[in-house]
Design a protein around this ligand. Structure first.
Ligand SMILES: Cc1cc2nc3c(=O)[nH]c(=O)nc-3n(C[C@H](O)[C@H](O)[C@H](O)COP(=O)(O)OP(=O)(O)OC[C@H]3O[C@@H](n4cnc5c(N)ncnc54)[C@H](O)[C@@H]3O)c2cc1C
Ligand SMILES: NC(=O)c1ccc[n+]([C@@H]2O[C@H](COP(=O)([O-])OP(=O)(O)OC[C@H]3O[C@@H](n4cnc5c(N)ncnc54)[C@H](OP(=O)(O)O)[C@@H]3O)[C@@H](O)[C@H]2O)c1
Ligand code: SF4
Ligand code: SF4
Length: 488
């Protein structure tokens, strides 16, 4: 009957090494890896052993016969990946070299950040060497976006936090929480104190958005909404007041936009028992948002969300999912295209509210041209299909992506919003490596990719750290060289 991989998959590839028949693809050695939302199980080869389900840290793998009705589509999506590939197709066998324990001595490594990238980096360091790791985080609660980003109703995905928590009590790990590197302690003093420093500081600011009226009350970043419903310590409980808000317009159609649309239209009872912040649950109970419009500046073939996240929206009872404009381009998409989950959706006009229940409307080829209102947002002028439609809305969220910010004392690339690096080695403006200084995750490659994408990325950086370790200069000269590179 086979097993299938479902919505929660974060592409960390942990299941590959346990499959006795190599029927989970794409593997990291295959060209598709990192381009698909999920990994897929070939139902023709799966021998039903269940080993992958035991290995998955986010409970994404289920026996096909036990798929819940709203997950049955995943049997088809898994099989679809193999449709044009013969069962005896010569797959790349995944390579799992035994973890070498490198003899680099008991060096001490600082890892700045405690999000997924930091955790994968620390895991790789602890697994392959005798090094000791000290985690630093500016927050007192570790986990990064796995704690304060992943939506509270994604309980399966949030389970990755349990997987990481075991690291924080590892005998070779020290935790320094509530320490802001760059403010409480300088990179130069970390370079002085540790043999190597790995920066895993993520991307903590918004991409810029230049639309008249963007400064009005009621126009904010989706990052604020996310921090509000996850209980981020930087975000005040009263920053969002849903009173009088019937319609919300979200700009951007990545997975953050879909998280925001889903939470705002959820039946509050379905959020009880999740990790949602109590103030957010109270607000969602006391006022009901009737419609969320998700604006994508490009067509459905360029949708930034993943299919699994869109699929999760269309199967919810009590929330209609509709499309503004034509649905023809959507109906022609292949099953693997993210927006194909919207095939057959009803078409509605942007300025009509649902008569009953709640609704999410996807508008493709649509951009805001102005936000208007006397002292707060009252409506959004939206350009779509050559017309400008004025749509009453009381809250506008920018979900147009995140960017890294400069950490004083480290080389920064303003173009990409990342710490300047070559394959994880931090480099100065001339491309010369800053000794003993590394970067992983969103701070390394920009704000893109799910949790599992940070794993191979972190392992690449740790390979560099270990390769450099024997040739490393003394700590004293490291500090001098860092100061020299950054001109301080
Ligand atoms: C809203 C949202 C929801 C998401 N949901 C999912 C999901 O459901 N599934 C999925 O697979 N992926 C999801 N992702 C993507 C995933 O969260 C990222 O791939 C991942 O968190 C990036 O990891 P990171 O460690 O690079 O950064 P982060 O997770 O942002 O971690 C950075 C850490 O560094 C700390 N830090 C920052 N600056 C400093 C400093 N100067 N000193 C000390 N500490 C510092 C921060 O406090 C934080 O703990 C989501 C992303 C967002 C934005
Ligand atoms: N459940 C999950 O697995 C999950 C949840 C949340 C986030 N994540 C991951 O985290 C990463 C970041 O997600 P994200 O949603 O923040 O970013 P994203 O996927 O990069 O999406 C950003 C969206 O904003 C649009 N955009 C950018 N600049 C714009 C502008 N100036 N005007 C109008 N639209 C603009 C983009 O349109 P264009 O495409 O036209 O540029 C795109 O639709 C992604 O890799 C995502 O998959 C995963
Ligand atoms: S999350 Fe990891 S272990 Fe689970 S199915 Fe996806 S790749 Fe496999
Ligand atoms: S159930 Fe067993 S055979 Fe099937 S994909 Fe999982 S590990 Fe492989």
């Amino acid at each position: 009957m086979a097993f299938a991989i479902t919505q929660n998959c974060c592409n960390d590839a942990s299941c590959l090494s346990v499959c006795p028949v190599n029927c989970i693809h794409p593997t990291p050695d295959e060209p598709d890896f990192g381009k698909t939302d999920l990994l897929f199980i070939d139902p023709r080869s799966c021998i039903d052993c269940g080993a992958c389900a035991d290995a998955c840290p986010v409970d994404a793998i289920t026996r096909v016969s036990r798929l819940a009705p709203d997950q049955v589509i995943y049997a088809e999506l898994n099989a679809d990946y193999y449709r044009d590939r013969a069962a005896d197709h010569l797959w790349y066998a995944p390579k799992f070299p035994p973890p070498n324990v490198h003899d680099i001595g008991r060096i001490s490594v600082a890892v700045v950040g405690t999000g997924p990238a930091a955790c994968y980096a620390a895991q790789a360091i602890l697994r392959t060497s005798d090094a000791r790791v000290t985690f630093y985080d500016r927050l007192r609660t570790p986990g990064g976006l796995a704690r304060f980003g992943v939506a509270p109703d994604h309980q399966g995905t949030r389970r990755i936090g349990e997987h990481f928590r075991s690291l924080f009590v590892h005998p070779r790990v020290t935790m320094k929480l509530g320490v802001h590197v760059g403010a409480d302690v300088e990179p130069a003093s970390l370079a002085d104190k540790f043999d190597a420093v790995v920066y895993a500081v993520g991307a903590d600011v918004d991409r810029t958005f230049d639309v008249p009226g963007a400064e009005l009350t009621g126009s904010m970043s989706a990052r604020t909404l996310v921090g509000w419903y996850t209980g981020h310590p930087d975000v005040a409980a009263d920053v969002i007041d849903l009173t009088g808000i019937d319609r919300v317009v979200i700009v951007g159609n990545g997975n953050v936009a879909l998280d925001a649309a889903r939470i705002l239209t959820s039946d509050p009872d379905s959020l009880v028992g999740t990790d949602i912040a109590p103030h957010a649950l109270r607000a969602l109970r006391s006022h009901r948002v009737r419609e969320v419009i998700v604006l994508a500046r490009r067509g459905p073939e360029f949708a930034a969300f993943t299919r699994s996240e869109c699929q999760a929206l269309v199967v919810r009872p009590g929330v209609e999912v509709a499309v503004a404009g034509s649905v023809d381009a959507i109906n022609g998409l292949p099953l693997s295209a993210p927006a194909s989950a919207l095939a057959g959706a009803p078409v509605v006009s942007l300025d009509s509210l649902p008569t009953d229940g709640r609704r999410i409307v996807f508008a493709f080829g649509a951009s805001p041209v102005a936000l208007t209102g006397s002292d707060r947002v009252e409506s959004v002028d939206i350009s779509i299909g050559g017309d400008v439609v004025s749509v009453p809305a009381q809250l506008t969220l920018r979900a147009i992506g995140y960017r890294g910010s400069e950490l004083p004392g480290l080389p920064f690339d303003p173009e990409t919003g990342t710490i300047r690096n070559v394959d994880g080695r931090v480099v100065d403006a001339s491309g010369t490596p800053v000794p003993g200084t590394y970067v992983v995750g969103w701070a390394k490659r920009g704000a893109t990719g799910g949790i599992g994408d940070n794993k191979l990325d972190a392992e690449q950086t740790v390979d560099a750290l270990i390769a450099d370790a024997p040739a490393r200069a003394s700590k004293a000269s490291l500090r001098a060289r860092l100061a020299e590179r950054i001109g301080r």
